[in-house]
Design a protein around this ligand. Structure first.
Ligand code: PRP
Length: 214
């Protein structure tokens, strides 16, 4: 069967998305949070869900291994994948910010050391400001970097602000708001136009009517 394959980021975003699909009549009955299974099918609708790391969602979609994907704008901004960004799903809301230890007062004698998972976002932001920086690329627990003297500041996403607070960091500057986006493979958008559009329309109605409140 020629499935429409949907790539989702494992975790909270996937849980919300599966719920959202259920609301538009597409169920993946064997899906449950924290399952180790990575692929789920709805044979009746001809749809498959695949669970991947957030950063790999745009890669699956760009390469055509998945037809559509749902991923945070933060990941899209940083990975710059060649995909269609179809829709703001209005959930998974958070923001990019520059943060530092409360006592940080800046430095003038050298480049600011910026620890981040989002290298491109951080580079673009500081480049626009004309501020020279040195990037320290990390994979997670970025808030630890200033505490350990590994960096001066961090660029990271902030949702509730709890991680910053619990580690004694404060926001210096907000960069931009982000939320979950629906993306589509450029070829699938044509070859599977009917199925892809059907999903987009159903999601659009749900998001617009605010039937769904995350
Ligand atoms: C993200 C982000 C922050 C935290 C922000 O990390 O990188 O650390 O969530 O959320 P909060 O403002 O609600 O505290 P994630 O949970 O993805 O883990 P990681 O540090 O391993 O990347």
């Amino acid at each position: 069967m020629d499935y429409v394959t949907i790539a989702l980021a494992k975790g909270r975003l996937a849980d919300i998305t599966v719920e959202l699909f259920e609301k538009i009549g597409i169920s993946f009955t064997d899906y449950f949070s924290n399952s180790r299974k990575l692929i789920f099918a709805n044979e009746e609708e001809g749809m498959r869900l695949v669970l991947v790391k957030a950063r790999d969602v745009p890669i699956y979609v760009e390469q055509g291994a998945a037809d559509i994907g749902i991923v945070g704008k933060d990941t899209l901004l940083d990975t710059k994948a060649n995909v269609y960004e179809m829709m703001d799903l209005k959930f998974g809301k958070c923001r990019f910010a520059v943060a530092a230890l409360e006592e940080y007062t800046g430095n003038i004698d050298r480049k600011t050391r910026v620890a981040t998972k989002y290298v491109n976002v951080a580079k673009n932001f500081f480049q626009k400001k004309g501020e020279p920086i040195e990037i320290i690329k990390l994979s997670g627990s970025v808030e630890l970097a200033p505490i350990m003297g590994l960096s001066d500041v961090i660029v990271d996403i902030v949702e509730t602000g709890t991680t910053l607070k619990e580690n004694g960091l404060v926001i210096l500057e907000n960069i931009c708001e982000v939320s979950a986006r629906l993306i589509a493979n450029k070829a699938s958008f044509k070859t599977k136009a009917d199925q892809v559009e059907k999903i987009i329309k159903a999601l659009e109605c749900t998001v617009q009517e605010r039937k769904y409140s995350p």
